[in-house]
Ligand binder design. Structure first.
Ligand code: ADP
Length: 494
C-alpha cells in the first residue's frame, strides 16, 4: 500500500495487488515443501544407475539435450518452486565438490523427505525428525566396514583437470574417440594456402589484434585528395608490416591470435610466410600457453624469443568431406596437457559423452586425492541401512522411529537401482539385505546388469568413499533445512 496525493493535494491510497501474499503455516508448509522436493527426486529416480533412462530436454531456443546426468537434467529444467530450486542446488553442490553422484544425492534426499513426511503424519514433531545425528553412524560404517585402499601411497596428491581439454566434433563413431598428447583447437589456418604442417613450431600467442591502433577519442580525418588517401593507406600497411616483422624478428613460425584480422592483414601474413590461426578463445589460449611453455603477449612490442611457445608438431587436419578442419598442437614442451577428442554421430551424443567423461575424470581425481572406495550397486547404502537399524534398537523413545525411517530412506537407492533394471525392488532389496547380514559381506549389491553375481567386488563396481559420504551429508543437510521451515510466505501472483 502507498499513500499518494492528487493534483489538489487530496490524499488517496494505492493498493498494489501484487503485494498480497499467500501464506502456508505449520504442517501445511512442511507438506507443501516436502511434496515439491519429492517431485524433483521422482524425476531423477528413473535415471539412476547403469540401466537408468535418459531425459530429453528442450531449451526455449530449441536446443535439445539428451542426458541421464542428474546435475544436467536439473540445470536445464526451469523450476520455479523455491524448494525445488534447493534440490537443484543440492545436485550442483555434489557436482561441484565431487563431480559424480549427482543423481543419487537427489534420490536420497527425496527418500528422506518421503519418510520424514510419514513421521510428521504420525504426529512426530519435525525437530525430532531433523535432529537425529544419524549421519555419523553412516560415516563410521562407510569408513570402517567397507572402504579399502586401492593403492598404498600416503602422499597427498592432486590432479589439475584444467590440463585435460575435452573437445568434440560431429562425425565418425564413438570408437574413434582419441587421446591427443597436446592441444586440439577447433579452428583452421587463417588462409587456405598456409602450410598444413609446421615442425618445431615457435608460437607467438597474442591477445592483440593485427590492425592499426584505433584512436581513443574522436578524431576527424579529412581525406580530400588522392595523395592523402594513398598516404593513409601506406601508413596502415606499414603498421601491418611492422607487426608481422616484430613476430618474425623474435623467431615466431606460427601466430595464434585471440582476434580476427582482415583480408589485407591475412594476405600479408601469407605473403610474409607467417602462418596464423585467428579467433582462438581466451581459455584455449591459456591452455596453449601452458602446454607449449609460452606466454600470452598482449602487445607486439612485448614479444621476445623466450615468450614463444614451443611445439614439436602443429598440423591442420580435415574431417570427412566437409570443410571442417582442426589444428593439432602436439609434442609440446609441457606434456601434461592433453586433449580427449570425442567423435560421434550427432551433437547430443557428443555432449552426453563429454558429461560422462567429466564424471569419470572427477572420479579418477577423487581417487588420487583419497584412495578409499566403497562398493556400489547400493551395497554401501544397504550396509549403512543395516548399521542405522542396529543403532535404532539402542534408543527406547520416539527417536527410534526417526532412526528407522532414516534406514528405510537409505534403502531407496538400491530399490531404485533394482526397479530401473527391471527387478522386483522390494524382493531384491530384502534378499540382498539378508545376504549381507548372513554372509557378513558388505559388498553385496544389486546385480543391475544381470552378470550373475551380486558381489560388487567381483563386478568391480565401486564408488569413491568421499563421494558417497558427501552424498549422504548433503542430502541430509538439505532435508533438515526443509523440515525446519514452518512458514512459507509468497507473493500471491507467484
Ligand atoms: P549418479 O549421477 O548419481 O552418479 P548414475 O546414474 O551414474 O548416477 O548411477 C550411479 C549408481 O549406479 C550408483 O549407486 C552406482 O553404485 C550404481 N551402479 C553403477 N554401475 C553399476 C553396475 N554395473 N551395477 C550395479 N550398480 C551400478
Amino acid at each position: 500500500m502507498a499513500l499518494a496525493f492528487d493534483e489538489f493535494g487530496r490524499p488517496f491510497i494505492i493498493i498494489k495487488e501484487q503485494e498480497q501474499k499467500t501464506r502456508l503455516r505449520g504442517l501445511d508448509a512442511q507438506k507443501a515443501n516436502i511434496s515439491a522436493g519429492k517431485a524433483v527426486a521422482r524425476i531423477l529416480r528413473t535415471s539412476l544407475g547403469p540401466k537408468g533412462m535418459d531425459k530429453m530436454l528442450q531449451s526455449p531456443d530449441g536446443d535439445v539435450t539428451i542426458t541421464n546426468d542428474g546435475a544436467t537434467i536439473l540445470e536445464q529444467m526451469d523450476v520455479d518452486n523455491q524448494i525445488a530450486k534447493l534440490m537443484v542446488e543440492l545436485s550442483r553442490s555434489q557436482d561441484y565438490e565431487i563431480g559424480d553422484g549427482t543423481t543419487g544425492v537427489v534420490v536420497m534426499a527425496g527418500a528422506l523427505l518421503e519418510h520424514a513426511e510419514r513421521l510428521l503424519e504420525r504426529g512426530i514433531h519435525p525437530i525430532r525428525v531433523a535432529e537425529e545425528s544419524l549421519v555419523q553412524t553412516c560415516m563410521t560404517t562407510l569408513s570402517s566396514k567397507i572402504s579399502y585402499g586401492s593403492c598404498r601411497s600416503r602422499e597427498r596428491k592432486d590432479v589439475n583437470l584444467d590440463l585435460i581439454k575435452v573437445e568434440g566434433k560431429v562425425g565418425g563413431k564413438l570408437e574413434d574417440t582419441e587421446l591427443i598428447y597436446g592441444i586440439l583447437v577447433d579452428k583452421d589456418m587463417s588462409h587456405p594456402q598456409m602450410p598444413k604442417q609446421i615442425e618445431d613450431a615457435k608460437i607467438a600467442i597474442l591477445t592483440c589484434p593485427f590492425e592499426p591502433p584505433k584512436p581513443k577519442t574522436k578524431h576527424k580525418v579529412d581525406i580530400d585528395t588522392v595523395e592523402k588517401f594513398q598516404n593513409l593507406r601506406q601508413q596502415e600497411q606499414k603498421y601491418f608490416d611492422d607487426m608481422v616483422q616484430q613476430c618474425k624478428d623474435v623467431g615466431a613460425t606460427l601466430v595464434i591470435c585471440q582476434w580476427g584480422f582482415d583480408d589485407e592483414a591475412n594476405h600479408l601474413l601469407l605473403h610474409r610466410n607467417l602462418p596464423a590461426v585467428r579467433w582462438v578463445g581466451g581459455v584455449e589460449l591459456e591452455l596453449i600457453a601452458i602446454a607449449t611453455g609460452g606466454r600470452i603477449v598482449p602487445r607486439f612490442q612485448e614479444l621476445t624469443p623466450e615468450k614463444l611457445g614451443k611445439a614439436g608438431l602443429v598440423r591442420e587436419k580435415s574431417f570427412g568431406t566437409t570443410k571442417d578442419r582442426m589444428i593439432y598442437i602436439e609434442h609440446c614442451a609441457n606434456s601434461r596437457a592433453v586433449t580427449i577428442f570425442i567423435r560421434g554421430g550427432n551433437k547430443m551424443m557428443i555432449e552426453e559423452t563429454k558429461r560422462s567423461i567429466h564424471d569419470a575424470l572427477c572420479v579418477a581425481r577423487n581417487l588420487i586425492r583419497n584412495n578409499s572406495i566403497v562398493y556400489g550397486g547400493g551395497a554401501a547404502e544397504i550396509s549403512c541401512s543395516l548399521a542405522v537399524e542396529a543403532a535404532a534398537d539402542r534408543y527406547p523413545g520416539v527417536e527410534q522411529y526417526a532412526i528407522r525411517a532414516f534406514a528405510d530412506a537409505l534403502d531407496a537407492i538400491p530399490m531404485a537401482l533394482a526397479e530401473n533394471s527391471g527387478l522386483q525392488p522390494i524382493e531384491t532389496l530384502f534378499a540382498v539385505k539378508s545376504q549381507q547380514n548372513k554372509e557378513n559381506n558388505p559388498c553385496c549389491g544389486i546385480d543391475c546388469n544381470d552378470v550373475g553375481t551380486n558381489d560388487m567386488r567381483e563386478q568391480n563396481v565401486f564408488e569413491t568413499l568421499i563421494g558417497k559420504q558427501q552424498q549422504i551429508l548433503l542430502a541430509t543437510q538439505v532435508v533438515k533445512m526443509i523440515l525446519k521451515i514452518d512458514d512459507v510466505i509468497t507473493p500471491s501472483d507467484y
